[in-house]
Design a binder for this molecule. Structure first.
Ligand code: GLU
Length: 327
């Protein structure tokens, strides 16, 4: 049984690099423990754990055990330090002056006690492997296998700051990237041996694919809009744009439209039972109809979803009402 753990510090929303670690653990582990590494008060931010769980939930990464909080395991760490007979080891601090354990001791003790067989984490922890092995040896516990993966760096090849564009799961979500696209991006990185550069252009293309692959109800739910309006969202490149498209259809702006002939012809064609909006628009254009004026009458805006999609999303009566109101 491959037992793994994902062990973030509760520093708030997930960094994409941490999200990669989470996805890798989920994929390679059979039993996944979620461990919250909260022994360092300086790194804990209020609401950090909730933000983290919300991000994992949004990404669809499920765990089998936990969350296990290291802050609740002080006794186990103290016992280990006692067993070692010191609070320093190999030149590093195991227990702080206030008696709380540092990352190294807490991590090794927990990996042993929770019978973790594979530690999968970022390359930044590679330098810790030797120390962690020696700690296991000193404690008489069996070290897990260590697997270190490449980090996600900024497009400039430097460490990706949480403030950088697209660096956190939360920022991708608020940009309207569907969870499936973030997940697909992380899955396609596989287990990178070397560091990779964050490829936002790739993530945005995957967002288009993910939206294209969604069923109507799924898309309505992801965008948080009524299902009827979904036909108008189909050309949107992300969920923010999808919401904007929905608003354009559902809450038209006022606009001055001076194209009575177009409105009359449209009303005629659209009330005469033709059910294909593309067909109606073709016919309207063929008789010299002003499609831009029709867009303005229907949405009050110059731009937005394709016009046929607006018609597909609007109840026929409502489209006719808006066209007549523009007369
Ligand atoms: N809390 C550590 C981190 O966030 C965990 C490292 C590990 O997986 O051992 O980087």
């Amino acid at each position: 049984m491959r037992r793994v753990r994902f062990a973030p510090s509760p520093t708030g929303t997930l960094h994409v690099g941490n999200a990669l670690t989470a996805v890798l653990n989920r994929r390679l582990g059979e039993q996944l423990l979620l461990r919250i590494d909260d022994t360092d008060p300086a790194r804990n931010v209020p609401g950090g754990e909730e933000a983290l769980l919300a991000d994992l939930d949004w990404l669809g990464v499920q765990w089998d055990e936990g969350p296990l909080r290291q802050s609740e395991r002080a006794d186990a760490y103290r016992a280990a330090a006692e067993q070692l007979g010191r609070d320093r080891f190999d030149g590093i601090t195991l227990l702080r002056a206030d008696g709380t354990a540092t990352y190294h001791l807490a991590s090794v003790v927990d990996d042993a006690e929770f019978e973790i067989t594979h530690v999968i984490r970022g390359n930044d922890h590679r330098p810790n492997e030797a120390l962690h092995r020696r700690l296991h040896e000193a404690l008489g516990t069996r070290p897990p296998e260590y697997v270190h993966h490449g980090l996600i760096l900024g497009p400039d090849g430097k460490k990706l700051s949480k403030r950088a564009e697209g660096a956190t799961v939360a920022s991708l979500r608020s940009e309207g990237i569907p969870a499936a696209a973030v997940r697909a991006y992380l899955e396609e990185l596989g287990l990178p041996k070397h560091d990779v550069h964050l490829d936002l252009a790739r993530i945005r293309r995957l967002a288009v694919d993910a939206i294209g692959a969604m069923q109507d109800a799924e898309l309505a739910n992801a965008a948080g809009v009524p299902a009827e309006v979904v036909p108008a969202l189909r050309g949107a490149r992300n969920l923010v744009e999808a919401r904007e498209y929905a608003r354009i259809v559902l809450e038209p702006d006022e606009a001055d439209v001076d194209a009575p002939e177009t409105m009359r012809r449209f009303a005629e064609l659209w009330s005469n039972g033709t059910s294909d909006p593309r067909e109606v628009l073709r016919e309207l254009k063929a008789v010299g109809g002003d499609l831009h004026a029709l867009r303005l009458a229907l949405t009050g805006r110059d731009r937005g979803p394709e016009l046929w999609a607006v018609l597909a999303a609007l109840p026929r009566e409502e489209a006719l009402r808006r066209a007549r109101a523009a007369l």
